[in-house]
Ligand binder design. Structure first.
Ligand SMILES: Cc1cc2nc3c(=O)[nH]c(=O)nc-3n(C[C@H](O)[C@H](O)[C@H](O)COP(=O)(O)OP(=O)(O)OC[C@H]3O[C@@H](n4cnc5c(N)ncnc54)[C@H](O)[C@@H]3O)c2cc1C
Length: 295
C-alpha cells in the first residue's frame, strides 16, 4: 500500500533502511520506510495519507540531535532532505526550505553579504531541525533572524506563524510537542561585509575543530546547559570524563559530548547519558537534562 502511494505520487523512498546512515551518532536499527518529499504538495499528500491510514511516522531533519533505538522504527521516517529551496524575497529577506543545511545557508548568505545567522556555521543540522530546537552557538540563536515559519498543521493545512508566536527560548520552540511539519522559514538578515562574515565563520569553525571531538560520531552536546552552570564542567568535576559504557564514551576532548567509539548501540548511549545525569545530581545537586532526542 505504502509503496504504491510513494510511486503514484513520485515521492522518493527507501525501504528497510539502516537509521545509522541517517543520524550523526550512527546508531539505531532499521526504518521500515524513509520517505523524502521534495515539495510542499508532496509533503501535504504524504502526511494526509499517513494520518488517514493511521501509519506511525517521525519527522527527521539531518539527524544531528536524534538517536533511534536499536530495534528500529516500524513506520515511516519523513525526511526533509529534499526540501532544498533557497529564495531571495528582497535584499535582506530569504526563504530557506526545511532541508537546507544551516552551514549551506550561512555560506549562501555570506556570499550575499548578509549577516544574522553566521553563528550557525558548523551546526550540522538543517533549517527545520534548527527551528525546532532553536539551535544556537557562540552567543546567537536561530530565532533572532526568524521572520515567519511556514508549516503543515495537524489537519494537513499549510500555515504561517510569525516569530512572536513561535515561543522561542533556550533550545525550545512552539514546534516541540505539536504535530506540525516545518516546510521552511523566511529569515530577515542585515547587510554586512562579506569578508568579515567569512572571517567570523572561519574563526568559529576553527574553535569547533579545536574543542569538539568532530572525528567521532555524536549528537553534539548531549546535555542542555543547566541554569547557572556548564554541563561539561559539572561532568568533569564528577570525574566522568572518558567514562564508557559499551561503545559509548564521555569524550576526553569535551566532556559535554557523548561519542560513539565505533561500535556503540543506542542502548549504550542512553545508559551512559542516564549514568552521567545520576552521578552529576548525586555529587553536585544539579539536574542536567539530555539535549538529544531518543526515538
Ligand atoms: C558535532 C555537533 C555539533 C553540534 N553543535 C550544536 C550547536 O553548536 N548548537 C546547537 O544548538 N546544536 C548543536 N548540535 C545539535 C544539532 O545539530 C541541532 O540540534 C540541530 O538544530 C538539529 O537539526 P537537525 O536537522 O539535525 O534535526 P534532527 O536531529 O533531525 O531533529 C531534531 C528534532 O527536530 C524535529 N524536526 C526536524 N525537522 C523538522 C521539521 N521540518 N518539522 C518538524 N520537526 C522537525 C525532529 O522530529 C526532532 O524532534 C550539534 C550536533 C553535532 C553532531
Amino acid at each position: 500500500m505504502l509503496k504504491t502511494f510513494f510511486e503514484e505520487n513520485n515521492i522518493k523512498y527507501l525501504e528497510n533502511e539502516s537509521l545509522k546512515k541517517h543520524t550523526t551518532f550512527k546508531v539505531g536499527g532499521e526504518a521500515k520506510f524513509i520517505a523524502l518529499p521534495s515539495d510542499c504538495e508532496q509533503a501535504v499528500a504524504l502526511l494526509s495519507f499517513l494520518k488517514a491510514n493511521d501509519i506511525k511516522y517521525y519527522i527527521l531533519g539531518k539527524g544531528s540531535n536524534v538517536i533511534f533505538r536499536d530495534e528500529g522504527f516500524d513506520g515511516v521516517i519523513v525526511k526533509t532532505a529534499n526540501l532544498q529551496k533557497i529564495e531571495y524575497i528582497d535584499d535582506e529577506t530569504v526563504y530557506a526550505g526545511a532541508g537546507v543545511q544551516l552551514s549551506t545557508l550561512c555560506k549562501n548568505l555570506q556570499e550575499h553579504s548578509l549577516k544574522g545567522l553566521e553563528f550557525c556555521y558548523g551546526i550540522p543540522g538543517n533549517v527545520g531541525g534548527g527551528l525546532f530546537m532553536n539551535a544556537g552557538a557562540y552567543g546567537g540563536e536561530i530565532c533572532s533572524a526568524v521572520c515567519e515559519v511556514e508549516y503543515i498543521d495537524e489537519n494537513c493545512e499549510v500555515k504561517k506563524i510569525g516569530v512572536q508566536d513561535c515561543d522561542f527560548s533556550y533550545r525550545h520552540s512552539v514546534f516541540q510537542g505539536k504535530d506540525w511539519f516545518i516546510l521552511g522559514c523566511k529569515f530577515k538578515l542585515t547587510k554586512g561585509d562579506s569578508g568579515q562574515i567569512l572571517s567570523f565563520m572561519e574563526d568559529i569553525m576553527q574553535r569547533r575543530v579545536s574543542k569538539q571531538p568532530l572525528d567521532k560520531p555524536s549528537a553534539g552536546s548531549s546535555f542542555k546547559r543547566p541554569v547557572g552552570y556548564f554541563a561539561a564542567a559539572l561532568i568533569e568535576e564528577c570525574g566522568l570524563k572518558g567514562c564508557s559504557i559499551g561503545g559509548a564514551q564521555v569524550s576526553e576532548k569535551h566532556s559535554g559530548f557523548i561519542i560513539n567509539k565505533g561500535d556503540a548501540t543506542c542502548a549504550d548511549i542512553v545508559a551512559l547519558a542516564e549514568h552521567v545525569e545520576k552521578v552529576v545530581l548525586e555529587k553536585t545537586g544539579v539536574t542536567i537534562e539530555k539535549e538529544m532526542i531518543i526515538v
